[in-house]
Write a protein that binds this ligand. Structure first.
Ligand SMILES: [Mn+2]
Length: 346
């Protein structure tokens, strides 16, 4: 994998040593890598740069699954809108560390906090999404890394920051969730080295496994049941399912509980890709996966203004889902059936 450039590590160090406050930010609708890297980098900064006041921000609350992480309760909403002074030196007092965000708008703070992204304040952007344009002052973007947490481990090593078991637990959470429990194809030798490294630092692996992979609310299981029941196979080799707002209402599941269901849809053998369509606040969101090397789902998502990785991508379009029932006349051979209804899910 592309190694972290020492010059980027040193540039980060330089920004941090001049700053008074470090505001750590992750993307909206946070997953395990977002929360793990948010807390992990913040704790590392607190221990390596005790002069810094560190704060933790996300547009959306920490999902219940990750409440077991140390410091999860410290994550707040967006930071105060920073004051832009005539004295530019004071801008160096606030540094923004943005993790796991492929683009600035994924913070959902680009409109409320435009001065964060116009170059007024220093930003360290740490990410593994290949589409990341590098919107930071310092950009540590390693597309070969399976998770942002993996990059943070490298940064910690480059700058000789010390870890403890809390930090290692946060970082291992992101490594685990972004590789689907070390099962996805992005689970490289480097991922296993990172896992070994974090376990040596005392990462509480069993806590992560229990909370993330062995706990599911009844509403989640019922929602997944609907997803699985509605899978249809399309002519172009897709396993497709759909969940409407009605499904969420009927099961009592929150939108975030859909996370993970796609891996089951993706398990149908012989498919080119899998897709779950879901309704959310006037939009139809699509989550795409493939197990094949010759299919690039980020390109498919791109056609609908979405994006992501080759094997996992997503999109959102305004609208809602409409179920479609197709009727087909089949000529009777033995008995006198004249029409067989064939339901074709959304
Ligand atoms: Mn990630």
């Amino acid at each position: 994998m592309s190694p972290l450039a020492q010059s980027d590590a040193l540039a980060t160090q330089d920004l941090l040593s001049r700053a008074h406050r470090a505001h750590c930010i992750c993307h909206r609708n946070p997953d395990g890598d977002a929360i793990g890297s948010l807390l992990g980098i913040g704790f590392l900064l607190e221990s390596a740069h005790p002069h810094l006041t560190v704060s933790y921000h996300c547009k959306d609350p920490v999902p219940e699954t990750f409440h077991f992480l140390p410091g999860a309760f410290r994550v707040q909403g967006p930071p105060p809108v920073p004051r832009v002074d005539a004295d530019e030196r004071t801008h160096a007092e606030d540094v923004y560390i943005i993790v796991d965000c492929a683009e600035s708008k994924l913070t959902e703070m680009d409109e409320t906090h435009p001065q964060l992204f116009d170059g007024t304040f220093p930003i360290v952007c740490i990410d593994h999404h290949p589409m990341n344009p590098g919107f930071g002052t310092v950009n540590i973007i390693l597309p070969d890394a399976a998770s942002t947490c993996e990059i943070i481990v490298q940064l910690a090593d480059a700058l000789q920051w010390t870890m403890d078991s809390d930090i290692a637990t946060c970082l291992l959470t992101g490594v685990y969730t972004d590789t689907g429990g070390l099962l996805h194809s992005n689970t490289t030798a480097q991922v296993y080295r990172t896992v070994a490294r974090l376990l040596r630092e005392g990462a509480r692996r069993q806590e992560i496994v229990t909370a993330v992979f062995r706990t599911a609310k009844l509403s989640t299981l019922q929602l997944w049941g609907r997803v699985l029941e509605k899978i249809v196979i399309t002519e172009e080799g897709g396993a497709i399912s759909a969940v409407t707002e009605g499904d969420f209402r009927a099961t009592g599941a929150a939108y975030s509980e859909l996370t993970g269901a796609i891996d089951y849809v993706n398990a149908v053998p012989g498919m080119r890709f899998s897709l779950i369509l879901s309704e959310k606040e006037g939009k139809v969101k699509g989550s795409l996966r493939t197990l094949r090397d010759d299919v690039d789902v980020s390109q498919m998502a791109g056609r609908l203004s979405g994006g992501g990785h080759k094997k996992a991508a997503g999109f959102a379009v305004a609208g809602k889902l409409k179920p479609e029932v197709r009727w087909k006349v089949i000529e009777a051979e033995e008995d006198q059936r004249d029409a067989v209804p064939k339901e074709n899910g959304a």
